[in-house]
Write a protein that binds this ligand. Structure first.
Ligand SMILES: NC(=O)c1ccc[n+]([C@@H]2O[C@H](COP(=O)([O-])OP(=O)(O)OC[C@H]3O[C@@H](n4cnc5c(N)ncnc54)[C@H](OP(=O)(O)O)[C@@H]3O)[C@@H](O)[C@H]2O)c1
Length: 201
């Protein structure tokens, strides 16, 4: 299975590394076209491909990892979503001053859902820095926790299965509004928590 990734920066490459180690192929994309990603996919190694964002968006599961101010542009002119899964890893802030976007009282993923009509959106991988996200998810006797939320249960199960294959311990917190707010960055009480799930003894 090939995972699509819109974005090719820190988080996108961390996702790609986990995916490749878990045996998936990936197609990364950015705003500048596949040629600009030759060095990136070479360093990621076998199974990493550079594509257009349309090629990335055509995969069954599509991770979106771009700066908040670029999201609208990144998600325009894409094929109809037709129920494909979008994993929203994004946070509603602008660098370099961490300026918070006006979300009109919604969670950021509810806003992103409007940019991908017809997609089944799952919020995940938005709270850990790249160096943590890409490091071995299974350590000592525990597995790193990833929170997920979304409205479509089957899509969440699919994403959870991918995360489990990467070695993570996914925890479903519910819908995009209630669940998503718990680990929305900044402010959610579970955001930026590097948690490990240990077996019960
Ligand atoms: N860094 C963190 O610690 C962290 C942690 C969790 C979540 N996040 C979130 O994850 C997202 C990505 O963060 P990051 O740190 O990975 O950012 P980053 O390193 O700056 O990378 C951003 C990527 O987005 C691409 N991009 C920009 N405009 C685009 C467009 N119109 N179409 C397609 N691709 C476009 C950029 O490529 P080009 O400019 O070359 O096109 C670049 O590859 C953000 O929303 C951030 O809030 C970040």
């Amino acid at each position: 299975m090939k995972l699509g990734i819109i974005g090719a920066g820190g988080i996108a490459q961390a996702i790609a590394k986990q995916a490749l180690r878990a045996g998936y192929e990936v197609v990364l994309s950015n705003s500048r076209g596949p040629d600009s990603l030759k060095a990136v996919v070479h360093s990621l190694g076998k199974g990493a491909n550079a594509g257009t964002k349309q090629e990335a968006a055509s995969q069954e599961v599509v991770f979106v990892s771009v700066p908040w101010p670029k999201l609208k542009d990144a998600l325009k002119d894409l094929p109809s979503w037709n129920g494909r899964i979008v994993v929203d890893t994004n946070n509603p802030i602008s660098a370099p001053d961490f300026k918070l976007a006006n979300l009109g009282g919604r969670t950021s993923s509810e806003v992103v859902q409007e940019l991908v009509p017809g997609a089944n959106l799952v919020k995940a991988m938005n709270t850990l820095p790249p160096e943590t996200l890409e490091s071995d998810a299974s350590q000592e006797s525990g597995q790193r926790v990833l929170f997920i939320s979304g409205e479509d249960v089957r899509s969440k199960q699919k994403v959870a299965g991918i995360f489990e294959r990467m070695g993570f311990a996914p925890i479903d917190l519910g819908g995009l509004a209630g669940g998503g707010s718990l680990y929305q960055f900044p402010g959610g009480p579970l955001a930026a928590q590097n948690l490990m799930r240990l077996p019960l003894r």
